[in-house]
Design a protein around this ligand. Structure first.
Ligand code: GRF
Length: 205
């Protein structure tokens, strides 16, 4: 049997992307295991869902730490205990320290609900809607030291019509998120991604 990649998923909220990754691993025989789900929010609904699925969880707030780096080191300790190979940010609403990004160099992924590099930061779907764009979408990318900036792995688009609202757009984008995030994780776990500067090459695309 080949190498099984250990995944740590970091969440702050409902965890729908987390669930889509867990489900995809099962249904597509991805050589991976979600070894831990961590949340900075002890009340994140996604934590309960992970527990129901028998996945180990950990949760603590940054408030008891004196710096971002110290909090990140405590998180990394939990992940490293589990031998995590890949860290997936799935609605994790905290910026990561340079220390954390370097510790997991090219091994952190994020999903962002816009076609990067447009509309970085919070409420990306509403930013796109308010701008009046006709095509919106989502991006899975590797995480570097700048916000919503690292090398792009996959993107998917949605069209915006007259009837759309910011909320309906967010729903349409979320459906696409649930398609491309698990796929990017699968590509990583099957060793099919190569990063060269800003470019991510997919083997046998
Ligand atoms: C998603 O829209 C994701 O793109 C953004 O935060 C949201 C998380 O949703 N980063 P969920 O917790 O995965 O349901």
């Amino acid at each position: 049997m080949g190498d099984i990649k250990k995944i740590g998923i970091l969440i702050s909220g409902r965890g729908s992307n987390m669930l889509s990754i867990i489900e995809h691993i099962k249904t597509h025989d991805v050589p991976a295991e979600v070894a831990i789900v961590f949340s900075n929010n002890e009340n994140a609904p996604g934590l309960e869902k992970a527990k129901e699925l028998g996945i180990d969880t950990a949760a603590f707030s940054h408030k008891q730490f004196s710096s971002r780096k110290e909090f990140d080191q405590a998180v990394a300790e939990r992940l490293d205990e589990k031998g995590v190979d890949l860290v997936c940010l799935a609605g994790f609403m905290r910026l990561l320290s340079k220390w954390f990004v370097r510790h997991y160099h090219n091994r952190i992924m994020n999903i962002h609900p816009s076609l990067l590099p447009a509309f970085t930061g919070l409420d990306a779907q509403k930013q796109a809607y308010d701008w009046g764009v006709k095509v919106a979408g989502c991006t899975v990318h590797f995480v570097d030291e700048k916000l919503d900036h690292g090398p792009i792995i996959l993107q998917e688009t949605v069209n915006i019509s007259n009837n759309d609202t910011a909320d309906s757009l967010a729903e349409k984008i979320l459906e696409k998120e649930h398609e491309i995030y698990p796929l990017a994780v699968e590509l990583f776990c099957r060793g099919r991604l190569t990063i060269d500067g800003r470019k991510v090459y997919i083997e046998n695309e």
